[in-house]
Design a protein around this ligand. Structure first.
Ligand code: ACO
Length: 325
């Protein structure tokens, strides 16, 4: 059974930190409101000249280091982002160049907003399982602050910047045993009829501007709780597992209340849920790999642990991935 095993992860957060109190100095909001409704206390904001590819490259280098590899050892880069450096070329090719890969392999971006990392992981997993590649670099990187309208308190308090990366490597595993490590299944969904609930009001083919995030927060919240609840059950069922079999839920970090609802659906106690939204805010496609790396680096996630990752974002898009670390 050919599996894509996760052999390294790395993350990067910009130096600049913006607290809720900092926000309250520029818009009509408060630390209490933000923390109570979302769980967010602070977020990192990229420096003026810091690009998505800069952050992605730093996270990728750390992941490569952990795996004991170099750029030239990678066959393909799958980079999930909503905030590319430019409309084209793909940010992934800049990372390929930064890593000194020359013309080794191929690299492209994946756009599924906050579900981007799950979509990228699923794509890379299928390339590995099919035998087309042996090693993949999967990155979620966002300079989401570029898309914010800093006068709109209903959106600008929610997001932050950062990047996370994992390395996948093909491995032959004995199915159904604890040695069967790697990505066990991925589950992707979308429903374009809801694209008007969460979107950016600009783009090359419409306004010829970048635009800003617009959101119907209540509708997004309602759909997020429903869809993420559904997709985690789908992931468990397809592997003949139950919530109690999962060691770690590593959810998309948008809102603590949404995360709590999903954990409750799985019957998971809070101590088995990785939460970084307090300090990172919602970093869109970067949020899952950032949370994953946090829990790997602090020793919570260990070899053999079952990890359930899930996300939902604009589109709507949503999905889950189940992996044995
Ligand atoms: N500070 C202070 N007051 C605010 C703020 C703010 N930053 N933003 C809104 N308010 C006010 C509103 O104006 C409203 O005032 P009113 O009652 O006088 O009209 C009041 O707070 C309540 O507003 P609601 O929008 O009803 O607040 P709600 O409880 O729904 O919380 C929130 C809003 C936090 C955005 C919530 O709907 C949410 O989390 N939605 C999901 C959004 C999300 O996570 N999006 C990320 C992308 S998708 C994803 O990643 C899953």
């Amino acid at each position: 059974m050919r599996r894509a095993k996760i052999i390294g992860c790395g993350s990067y957060l910009p130096e600049g930190v913006m607290t809720n109190d900092d926000l309250a100095r520029i818009i009509d909001t408060s630390n209490e409101w933000i923390e109570q409704r979302t769980g967010i206390k602070a977020r990192h904001i990229a420096g003026k000249k810091e690009t998505t590819s800069d952050m992605a490259t730093r996270a990728a280098r750390r992941a490569l280091e952990k795996a004991g590899l170099e750029g030239k050892d990678i066959d393909a880069i799958f980079l999930a982002t909503t905030t590319p450096d430019q409309t084209f070329p793909a940010t992934a090719v800049t990372v390929q160049d930064n890593l000194g890969m020359g013309d080794k392999g191929f690299a492209f971006d994946i756009q599924a907003v906050c579900s981007g990392f799950i979509y990228a992981l699923a794509t890379a997993d299928n390339f590995v399982k099919s035998g087309q590649i042996n090693r993949a670099l999967v990155i979620g990187a966002e300079r989401f602050s570029s898309l914010l309208d800093w006068t709109d308190r209903t959106t600008c308090v929610l997001f932050g910047d950062g990047a996370g990366a994992v390395i996948l490597e093909a491995d032959d595993a004995a199915k159904g045993t604890k040695k069967d490590r790697g990505i066990l299944s991925t589950h992707l969904h979308s429903e374009g009829a809801h694209r008007g609930q969460l979107y950016v009001d600009g783009g090359p083919a419409t306004t010829q501007t970048t635009g800003h995030v617009r959101m119907n927060g209540r509708e997004v919240f309602r759909h997020a709780v429903t869809r993420m609840g559904e997709v985690v059950v789908e992931a468990l069922k397809s592997n003949d597992l139950e919530g109690k079999d999962i060691q770690w839920l590593v959810p998309h970090q948008a809102n603590k209340r949404i995360i709590d609802a999903t954990a409750q659906k799985l019957g998971l106690p809070p101590e088995r849920v990785v939460i970084t939204v307090e300090q990172h805010g919602n970093t869109s496609a970067a949020s899952i790999p950032l949370a994953l790396c946090t829990a790997v680096e602090d020793g919570r996630i260990r070899s053999g642990d079952l990890i359930l990752m899930e996300a939902m974002g604009g589109g709507f898009t949503w999905g889950a991935a189940l992996a044995r670390w």
